[in-house]
Design a protein around this ligand. Structure first.
Ligand code: NAP
Length: 307
């Protein structure tokens, strides 16, 4: 069985950057990705805050360029579902549906997954009006009314995007102040198609074969009321994809991977970068920087690897 120098798990901005650097350093590196590389950025219509693209760039195009660049320098990308890890100082095994792979080092770039509301109707109406991706599903709601849940960057950005198609976006937030960046707030607040429903949380998504409405509760007055909408877009944050490392490496109280400044986790030879890490700010630009740091830390680790 071949022994890789490093296996990168996850092909978002952090993984592709680590792969680019490690391939250029001529390491025997393999990147594993469940589906196609790109990560959550793929669902972003326009990325406006990644430096170098003053007019913005679609999430799909940005990730396609990152993948092409890494592959140009020899990064091998394989489609595999990683099911577990075995971590010992000299040998690390990555267990996949297609067999076991051996490596000296691992970089975890598994990212995060959208959080669910956990309310009645959410599961049953998933794909029938309940969505986690405005870019994918927005065009289905032409001239209809939709609700967007959340007050962070994602919710506000996607609400603005949805105005291209829908007649109205009801932006439902559990407080009376948005968490989103000021420039996004200003854009949303001045948009004629966006209406804010403050201090409110969804309690039930209504409908049988498709979404017909949403039941909301005002958390200050406790009053319950209904909005008739045909779509519900949920953007209430993300949960780290850490199933394969639970019990193996140190996680913070919210389940994100703890690393030092060099992206080293609590297990030597296992590094982490991007949204899976415990940190202040989850951005494409921070993920890219961490991917580069992790790749360099791997090179230093391998220089001292006893084998
Ligand atoms: P986020 O910043 O964690 O925001 C989640 C939002 O959902 C918050 O407003 C939160 O309310 C609300 N929320 C959480 N749980 C809820 C629940 N159970 N019911 C109702 N509302 C709930 O998540 P995000 O917007 O997905 O952003 C994640 C990270 O990616 C952030 O660091 C963000 O800056 C970054 N990001 C950046 C951009 C950009 O720069 N263009 C775009 C997208 C994402 P509270 O405010 O009350 O906590």
């Amino acid at each position: 069985m071949p022994m890789y120098d490093v296996i990168i798990i996850g092909g978002g901005p952090a993984g592709l950057t680590a792969g680019l650097y490690n391939a250029r350093a001529r390491l025997n590196v393999l990147l594993l990705e469940r589906l196609a590389p790109g990560g959550q950025v793929l669902t972003t219509d326009s990325v406006e805050n990644y430096p170098g693209f003053p007019d913005g760039i679609s999430g799909f195009e940005l990730m396609d360029r990152m993948k092409t660049q890494a592959e140009k320098f020899g990064l091998k990308i394989q489609s595999e579902d990683v099911t577990g890890l075995e971590l010992s100082p000299k040998r690390k095994a990555v267990l996949t549906g297609g067999g076991t792979l051996e490596t000296k080092a691992i970089i975890l770039c598994c990212g995060a997954t959208w959080k669910r509301l956990g309310i009645e109707g959410e599961d049953h109406l998933m794909g029938k009006g309940v969505s986690f991706c405005a870019t994918c599903d927005g065009p289905f709601y032409r001239n209809q009314e939709v609700a967007v849940i959340g007050g962070g960057d994602t919710a506000v950005e996607e609400a603005i995007f949805l105005t291209r198609f829908v007649s109205k976006v009801h932006l439902v937030h559990r407080r009376d102040k948005l968490r989103a960046t000021k420039v996004l707030q200003e854009r949303a607040m001045s948009h004629e198609k966006i209406e804010f429903i403050w201090d409110s949380v969804p309690v039930k998504i209504l409908g049988e074969k498709g979404v017909e409405g949403i039941e909301l509760k005002n958390v200050k007055t406790q009053s319950v009321f209904r909005k008739n909408v045909q779509g519900v877009f949920v953007f209430i944050g993300t949960l780290p994809n850490t199933d394969i490392v639970k019990g193996l490496i140190r996680l913070d109280e919210n389940g994100f991977v703890v690393t030092d400044d060099n992206m080293q986790t609590s297990v030597r030879g296992v590094f982490a970068a991007g949204d899976i890490r415990s940190k202040l700010f989850r951005q494409i630009s921070t993920a890219v920087g961490e991917g580069a740091t992790a790749s360099y830390a791997v090179e230093k680790y391998l220089e001292n690897f006893a084998g």
